[in-house]
Design a protein. Structure first.
Length: 432
């Protein structure tokens, strides 16, 4: 290894965690370490990769674009890659979302959505509508605004005093139902608290933010579609904006291009990142309705949205995004997703009754197993044990505490997917 600045790795406790593995190259679903080992990337490198690593069409698009126009600021300028990407997105997004604001990553896509929502009400003469409602178990990123709307956790505790106050309401975590019901007989009663809150305080509330249908970092919690539908209806009834954070769920993860589609719901704002470039280059985007955008168009400059990052709309990242969306048009991506979903369901069914297993859940390409644990949560002692076990067996999985999950690139072979599920079944012996 070269000597230089010591790299401070994210989400890593140097005193306890194993030394980072050096990856020399990647291809398809495989990561190759520089000492010659091959790992199956079972989590799409933090949920970003869609069509396999180093997909030739994305690699070629990046090379071609980098040689033509590497970067130019987006304030006062435009270029073909962002325009083409915007045109392709327009075809796949809910029809009401017709404006796009680019940024760099998932957290910034969320920050932008929150700021647009708050300024929207100010611009239309209702500045008192500035509170944000968010769900328990939510995760929206690591910047201060995104942490504020995320649920309180070990990640956010050191910064508690810096976070802005948020109205917190229950999420539809059926395995640990917040209102003590069971799904087979409930009437989505967990949404009642949101209903009461909006009824009483809608005059102060700018927006409700949700991870639609799947709360990722909170433990791969899958919501019934009716929950999202009810949230949408309540927002409509009480004139509150709905922000769908599709940073994780977007681009096919849940079985449709966007999770909102599965519930037939169109939000007012949507946050995109991760899969936007096929998981190759950083890019974020916040899309919104014409109605929201219109509130910012004025001869009065104070109504402008004064927000922008240096790399906003970077042409090379946008070219990767275009190539990514073309792959959806030219390859059988949704057939691959459906096959993965079917294998997940079968394999989860087979382990559901294992004594170590508390709950199994899946949606699209995501399969999760919540293990029984006295110390349930991200800091469960099961996590490091399982992480090491899977790496030893040649699979990259990063359990969220006592929740093991699989979220592979869509090109994973049936054989490799079964291999991962076989290793998970084996790992249950470590947990019983
Ligand atoms: C739903 C959701 N929103 C936002 C983010 C933040 O994205 P980023 O890590 O790119 O800032 C994440 C990251 O995992 C996420 O899952």
């Amino acid at each position: 290894m070269l000597s230089g600045l010591k790299i401070w790795h994210p989400f890593t406790q140097e005193a306890l965690d194993p030394a980072p593995l050096r990856i020399a190259r990647a291809q398809g679903v495989y990561l190759y370490t520089d000492d010659g080992r091959r790992l199956i990337d079972g989590i799409s490198s933090w949920w970003v990769n869609l069509h396999g690593h180093c997909h030739p069409a994305i690699v070629a698009a990046i090379a071609e674009q980098a040689a033509k126009l590497d970067h130019v600021l987006l304030a006062g300028f435009s270029h073909e890659p962002v325009e083409e990407l915007s045109a392709l997105l327009r075809k796949v997004l809910p029809a009401n979302l017709d404006h796009i604001f680019f940024s760099d990553n998932g957290s910034t896509a969320v920050e932008v959505a929150l700021k647009i929502a708050v300024q929207y009400w100010k611009n239309i003469g209702q500045p008192e509508k500035r509170a944000i409602v968010a769900l328990e178990h939510a995760y929206h990123g690591d910047t201060v605004g995104a942490m504020s709307v995320s649920a309180a956790s070990g990640f956010t505790d050191p910064f508690r005093d810096l976070l802005f106050p948020v109205q917190r309401v229950p999420s539809a975590y059926c395995y640990r139902c917040p209102v003590g019901k069971v799904r087979s007989s409930c009437n989505i009663d967990c949404v009642e608290q949101l209903r009461r809150l909006l009824e009483e305080k809608h005059g102060e509330i700018a927006a409700v933010i949700v991870e639609p249908l799947l709360q990722g970092a909170g433990g791969m919690i899958v919501h019934p579609v009716e929950f999202l539908q009810r949230v949408r209806r309540l927002c409509d009834e009480h004139e509150v904006l709905l922000i769908a954070d599709e940073v994780l769920t977007g681009f096919g993860r849940c079985g449709k291009m966007f999770a909102c589609e599965l519930a037939g719901v169109a939000p007012d704002l949507m946050c995109l990142s991760k899969g936007l470039t096929g998981g190759v280059l950083p890019m974020g985007a916040t899309v919104c309705t014409g109605q929201v955008h219109e509130a910012f168009v004025s001869e009065d400059r104070t109504r402008t949205f004064y927000h922008g990052h240096s790399y906003t709309g970077n042409p090379v990242a946008a070219a990767a995004g275009v190539a990514n969306l073309r792959i959806f048009e030219t390859e059988p991506v949704f057939e691959r997703i459906a096959k993965i979903a079917q294998i997940h369901r079968e394999r989860l069914e087979a382990i559901r009754e294992h004594p170590a297993v508390g709950d199994t859940r899946s949606i699209g390409v995501v399969a999760a197993i919540e293990l029984r644990a006295d110390d349930a949560g991200y800091f469960s002692k099961l996590r490091p044990r399982l992480y090491k076990f899977f790496l030893k067996k040649g699979v990259l999985l990063r359990p969220l505490g006592n929740v093991i999950y699989v979220l592979p690139p869509y090109v994973i072979s049936e054989q490799d997917l079964h291999f991962i599920h076989d290793r998970i079944a084996e790992s249950l012996a470590l947990c019983a």
